[in-house]
Design a protein around this ligand. Structure first.
Ligand code: SF4
Ligand code: SF4
Length: 297
C-alpha cells in the first residue's frame, strides 16, 4: 500500500492512474474479508502519516507522541533539505505493517488517512503564496489488489463517507497547506533554519513535546498569549495542533499573529540589528583583505 506525494501528479510508471477525478466520479471497488488478496496491501507498506493520524494512533495505543514516534515511525524528507515527514515503520527486517493481523488491521478504527483513502489518492494543489488548496483524486491500481474486480460501484464521495475521511481531511488541512505553501514558495522564503525545521517536526508530529514547549517559561517570556487562551490550548490536543500550525506560519513565513512581549520584541530587534552590523563589518573586512591581495600582486 502506497501513499502518493500529496502534491505530485501521477506519472506513467506509477500505480496511480494518470487522470484527475472529482468526488462525483464512480469507481468500482470493494475490499472484504475473504478476498484472495486479503492483507496483500498491508504486507508491503509505504504509509505517510499526517499529524491527525499520529494523534489518533497515540491515543489508541496509550502512548505519548514521543514514544509513538520512536516505536512506530521513521522520518523522511518531504522536500530536499527541508520539512520532514513521518512514515509508518514496518516490522523489523520486513515490509509488513506492525498493525497487520490475520484478521486484518488491529487499529482499524484509527487507521491512518492513507489507509482509509486507498485505493483513492488525494491530490492537493495550490497556487504560489496561497494557503487555499484545491483537492482532486486519482485511482491507485496495484496489480495485487483484486478489490477493483469486485462487483460494486460507488462515487468517490460515497467511498470517502464510508471510510470516514472527512474528519481527517478537515483536521489535516492546516498541515497540508503549510507543506504546500513551503514547497511552492521554494527559495523565495529562504532556507529554514535548523531550529525552524525542529519546531516544524515538534509542532506537527510530537504534540506532547510541543505542549511542554508552549507551557514553558521560555515560551511565555517570548509570546504574549492571554492566560485563558493559553490554558484552553494546552488542555485540548486539537486546539494545540491548530495553534501549532499558526505558530509555524509565524516561524516559517513571518505571519505575526501571536504577539511578542514588548521587551522580547525589543531584544529580538536588537539582536537582528547587531547581526546585520556584524555581517556588514565582516563584508567590509573581507573586501579590504581582497584589495590588499590585489595590490600585492
Ligand atoms: S494501519 Fe492497518 S490498514 Fe494501514 S497498513 Fe497497517 S494494518 Fe494495513
Ligand atoms: S482488496 Fe485491495 S485493499 Fe483490500 S485487502 Fe486486497 S489488496 Fe488490500
Amino acid at each position: 500500500m502506497t501513499s502518493p506525494d500529496p502534491q505530485s501528479l501521477p506519472f506513467p510508471s506509477s500505480p496511480v492512474a494518470p487522470e484527475m477525478m472529482d468526488g462525483s466520479r464512480t469507481i468500482r471497488f470493494r475490499c472484504r474479508p475473504g478476498i484472495a488478496c486479503w492483507n496483500a496491501c498491508c504486507s508491503n507498506i509505504d504509509i505517510s502519516l499526517t499529524p491527525v493520524d499520529i494523534l489518533r494512533l497515540k491515543h489508541r495505543l496509550d502512548l505519548s507522541s514521543t514514544e509513538f514516534l520512536d516505536r512506530y515511525t521513521v522520518p523522511y524528507e518531504l522536500e530536499k533539505d527541508g520539512l520532514a515527514g513521518v512514515k509508518l515503520r514496518p516490522v523489523d527486517g520486513g515490509t509488513a505493517c506492525r498493525f497487520m493481523t490475520a484478521a486484518g488491521c488491529s487499529v482499524y478504527e484509527d487507521r491512518p488517512t492513507a489507509c482509509r483513502y486507498y485505493p483513492v489518492a488525494l491530490l492537493s494543489m495550490r497556487h504560489q503564496d496561497e494557503y487555499t488548496d484545491r483537492e482532486a483524486y486519482a485511482l491507485v491500481k496495484e496489480p495485487h489488489c483484486l478489490g477493483h474486480d469486485e462487483p460494486r460501484s460507488l462515487t468517490i464521495d460515497e467511498y470517502r463517507a464510508e471510510q470516514g475521511v472527512a474528519e481527517y481531511d478537515e483536521l489535516g488541512r492546516g498541515w497540508r497547506q503549510l507543506v504546500l505553501k513551503k514547497k511552492s514558495s521554494g527559495p523565495t522564503v529562504g532556507k529554514p533554519s535548523k531550529r525552524s525545521l525542529q519546531l516544524f517536526f515538534m509542532a506537527c508530529y510530537d504534540v506532547d513535546r510541543f505542549r511542554q514547549f508552549v507551557a514553558s517559561d521560555g515560551f511565555s517570556a517570548l509570546f504574549d498569549l492571554p492566560d485563558e487562551e493559553l490554558h484552553e490550548t494546552l488542555l485540548d490536543d486539537t486546539k494545540l495542533r491548530q495553534f501549532g500550525f499558526r505558530f509555524l506560519r509565524q516561524v516559517l513565513f513571518g505571519e505575526a499573529t501571536i504577539p511578542l512581549r514588548a521587551d522580547a520584541a525589543q531584544a529580538r530587534a536588537q539582536r537582528a540589528h547587531e547581526k546585520a552590523a556584524r555581517l556588514e563589518r565582516e563584508a567590509a573586512e573581507r573586501a579590504a583583505r581582497d584589495d590588499g591581495m590585489y595590490d600585492e600582486n
